[in-house]
Write a protein that binds this ligand. Sequence first.
Ligand code: CMC
Length: 388
Amino acid sequence: PGLKVFDRGFTNTACVESAITFIDGEEGKIKFRGYDIEYLYDNHDYEEVIHLLIWGHLPSNEEKQSLRERLLAELKTPQSVVDAIRAFPPQSSTGSMILAGLAAFAALDEGTKKLHSQAEPYYIGNMKNTDAAIIRTLAAIATTIALVYCHKRGKTFTEPSLEGSFISNVLKMMGREDKGIEKCLERLWILYADHEMTNSTAAFLHASSTLTDPLSSSISAIVSAYGPLHGGAIDLAYQEFKAIASVKHVPYLIKEVKAKRQRLFGFGHRIYKTVDPRTKFIREMIDEQVRNPLRSRVPLLEIALEIERIASTDDYFISRRLAANADLYGALLYTALGFESDIIVAMASLSRVPGPMAHWRESMQQKPMLWRPQQLYREGSKIGFPRG
Ligand code: CMC
């Protein structure tokens, strides 16, 4: 009963109060816990930013060391997870394999089991259990993605070590140990570590508002991350760029987009209508890699830049405030680092895990509140049916 406000797609509805990330889409600003993203990018590494987002402050040396040790100790590869992933033909979709790996992890997880076998709440209000689950979830997602990466390529999975950073161990598990790549990801992953109520974080929180466990909620987040309007846009942008094959065909693609026969994947953003502050850094990193003779060439970059050049002077894009998004540039950077397009959404999702974990921890310190949007019932209307 009472007034219902219609807000299709929640473009104007806030459903959480949060002290984690501030975004100003008009000014192009991002702050994590009050720190400008530019400052964090220049002065900190990914593990420090994980700590900042989840536990609210930049860590001391001891806190950073302890976080690293706990994370590395949880990088385990249970046989049932390996079997679940290897049951797929290697050419299967990466997203589906990740979901299976995470489901296998959840089936073994002590917290997930307890949650379903005891009446008292296991996570809400219990920060000890919550913090331990955050570490297990981050580690499980990293291990799953590395296992999937190796299985898809017929590569041997390398066991992680108890030495080095979290990122160096992710690369090691993937068989891609390389100091240059590690240094680059330490910076790139800071930019991706959280983005407040992005669709996948909201999907995570929607599921976890039922008080389910974080590994199962991560399955919802991964499903969302692979959707074409969200992270999955990257796969489609690559297909689009490959299909036009050359910069000389860009005007044709633009014509199709303006006639609404095609969507330009990797362009547009719900929040950023002027500039996305992450793009500048990612472009600098791409330039660094393109100048590095050891790295792959990025022919798709030329196409992306040409599209951006045309879009920046075309009224269709200007009037709708559509520009290349950071996910697109991130994908081109991964390509320059030698990662094939089939693993890019997974890598971007892994770098984002601290975000949902921070928001989940915040929610576990509050009274439970089930997320349950409403609808407006329109009796007899033709909603969803073609007109005429
Ligand atoms: N290509 C062509 N036209 C577009 C695009 C695009 N990529 N994005 C928006 N438009 C048009 C849209 O058709 C509409 O036109 P009109 O006013 O004539 O109806 C207008 O711009 C406003 O679009 P909207 O759908 O109301 O905008 P939104 O804020 O709801 O959509 C978006 C945001 C990301 C879903 C959309 O821009 C899009 O589909 N982009 C392509 C997919 C993509 O790259 N997604 C990754 C987004 S970045 C990371 C993330 O948060 O997921």
